[in-house]
Design a protein around this ligand. Structure first.
Ligand code: ZN
Length: 247
C-alpha cells in the first residue's frame, strides 16, 4: 500500500499571541500534532500548512496529493478564504479524509461538510475530562483502554449541533457534570470525516499519548478508499442494445 499522505493544517495564531500557548507548543500546535502522527505512523508522509501561507497552504495541487487533512482552527475561522473551503469540500467528496479537532467544530470546512450549526456549550475551568470508548471494535479506538482521562481541559457540552454521526467512537464526561459526543464519524460523498474533541490550546493535550494514538488511528481509518470524481456524464451508448424483443 502507498504511504498515507497527511497534511496537518494549523491556524497558527494563538501560539504567537499567548505566551502560555507558545510555551506548550514552541513550534506551533500543527507541528506537535504532525509529530504525533509521524511517531506512530512512521511510513506516513506528514506535512503541515498554515493560515498565513498563500492559499493557506492548500492549493488544488497540494490537496490533490493529500490523503488525509487534519484541521485545527479557532479564532480566525472567518479568515479562511471560501475558495479554499470549496476546494477542501470537493476533495472530501472525492475521497480525501478529514479529521477536525476541538474548536474546528466551528470552522468553515466542518460546517460546510456537515451542513448544520455545529454549536455547543463550553466552559474554561481547568476540569478533568474522561473519554469513554463507546465502540471498542472501531479501528479509531484501537489500543485505547475502556476510557482515558485528560487532567485539565476545556469543557464542551451537549447539545452539539451536528447531524447524527454515522458511527460514534467516544463520549466525554467532564468534572462539572456535562457529557459530549467527542469522537464522531461521518461519510460525505466518498470521503470519511472524524471529529475529535480534545485540544484546547492552553493545555498540552496534543502531547498526550492516548490523544496521539486516536489521531493516528483516525488517519488510517480516514485514508481514501477510492476516488469518486464529480461528474454527471450523459451515457448515450448503452452497455446492451435496448428494445430487443423480450421473450
Ligand atoms: Zn478551546
Amino acid at each position: 500500500m502507498n504511504p498515507i499522505r497527511v497534511v496537518v493544517w494549523g491556524e497558527n495564531v494563538h501560539e504567537h499571541k499567548n505566551p502560555k500557548v507558545g510555551a506548550i507548543y514552541p513550534d506551533g500546535m500543527h507541528q506537535a500534532i504532525a509529530g504525533g502522527v509521524k511517531k506512530l505512523l512512521p511510513a506516513a508522509e506528514v506535512g503541515t500548512a498554515t493560515l498565513q501561507e498563500p492559499d493557506h497552504g492548500l492549493t488544488a495541487e497540494r490537496l490533490a496529493q493529500t490523503d488525509v487533512l487534519i484541521w485545527w482552527g479557532h479564532m480566525a475561522h472567518d479568515k479562511v478564504e471560501d475558495c479554499v473551503v470549496d476546494r477542501v469540500q470537493k476533495r472530501v467528496l472525492e475521497g480525501m479524509g478529514l479529521i477536525v479537532l476541538h474548536s474546528g467544530h466551528y470552522s468553515k470546512v466542518f460546517k460546510r461538510l456537515l451542513g448544520t450549526s455545529c454549536s455547543l456549550t463550553w466552559r474554561e475551568a481547568d476540569e478533568r475530562e474522561r473519554l469513554w470508548v463507546c465502540n471498542p471494535g472501531h479501528p479509531i479506538a484501537r489500543g485505547i483502554d475502556r476510557c482515558f482521562e485528560l487532567p485539565r481541559e476545556e469543557m464542551y457540552g451537549e447539545p452539539f449541533g451536528i447531524p447524527s454521526p454515522d458511527e460514534q467512537v467516544f463520549i466525554s464526561w467532564f468534572e462539572g457534570g456535562e457529557v459530549f459526543r467527542s469522537g464522531c464519524c461521518w461519510h460525505r460523498g466518498n470521503g470519511r470525516i472524524f471529529y475529535f474533541r480534545p485540544g484546547h490550546e492552553t493545555y498540552p493535550t496534543y502531547h498526550d499519548k492516548n490523544v496521539q494514538r486516536v489521531i493516528a488511528n483516525a488517519v488510517e481509518w480516514a485514508r481514501p478508499q477510492g476516488q469518486w470524481v464529480d461528474a454527471c456524464p450523459n451515457v448515450k451508448v448503452p452497455m446492451e442494445p435496448i428494445g430487443r424483443p423480450r421473450g
